[in-house]
Design a binder for this molecule. Structure first.
Ligand code: PRP
Ligand code: URA
Length: 215
């Protein structure tokens, strides 16, 4: 994962496997089943990088030969927060790496005419202030959905939040950094721009529709 010096707080996962799979995801001919599998795999690979700074604590462990000191992730369980719907596609892959993680949900969709996020569901575990939150959404376009989801989390007490997406537009990055400068953004790609309808170019189309076959 590399930092982008010109945009503090933004990290790009340039791992060859992630980039290879992302190109397959962009392909308009990739069918729903494969699309879903690719989102799942990329999310898992990105989560490996995104969790690199989780705090560790020492504990005593007995090997078959002797007692030694091991390390384990400290504190309360981390929370994955997919933004519905498309963020759901990233959950299972990450849970394979962090099986004990809790899963919260933020229900938001973009109004197609105004591009404003409309919220319809919110549920996260208690003790938010003591947990690490990973907000998941394949697409960061205008940034409206991410900004609103993170604001809801902060209102509920969350303080340690990371945003993970597969593809980000410059407009979304700028808006999210402005609204929540304390939230690192981890993405597999910084794309060129948004089109007039708020779709990311070159992008991968409508992530929710491609994941769930609703188009
Ligand atoms: C998509 C995507 C993001 C949002 C990004 O969801 O999954 O949540 O758009 O756009 P923004 O950065 O401009 O807010 P959509 O609203 O299409 O809902 P869906 O996941 O239910 O399809
Ligand atoms: N939401 C998507 O699913 N795709 C885009 O390109 C922009 C927003």
């Amino acid at each position: 994962m590399t930092a982008t010096p010109e945009i503090p707080g933004v990290f790009i996962v340039r791992h060859p496997l992630v980039q290879h799979k992302l190109a397959l995801l962009r392909d308009r001919n990739t069918p729903t089943k494969i699309f879903k599998e690719l989102v799942d795999e990329i999310a898992m690979l990105m989560a490996y990088e995104a969790t690199a700074n989780l705090a560790l604590e020492s504990f005593s462990v007995e090997t078959p030969l002797e007692r030694t000191t091991g390390a384990r992730v400290a504190g309360k369980k981390a929370v994955l927060v997919p933004i519905l719907r498309a963020g759901l596609g990233m959950v299972e892959g990450i849970l394979r790496l962090i099986p004990s993680a809790r899963v919260g949900h933020v229900g938001l969709y973009r109004d197609h005419a105004t591009l404003q996020p409309i919220d319809y569901y919110f549920k996260i575990p208690a003790d938010a202030a003591e947990r690490d939150f990973f907000v998941l959404d394949p697409m960061l376009a205008t940034g409206g959905s991410a900004v609103a989801a993170i604001a809801r989390l902060k209102h509920a007490g969350a303080t340690r939040i990371t945003f993970l997406c597969l593809v980000a537009a410059p407009e979304g990055i700028q808006r999210l950094r402005q609204a929540h400068a304390d939230v690192p953004i981890i993405t597999a790609s910084l794309d060129r721009e948004l089109n007039a309808s708020g779709y990311i170019l070159p992008g991968l189309g409508d992530a929710g529709d491609r994941l769930f076959g609703t188009r």
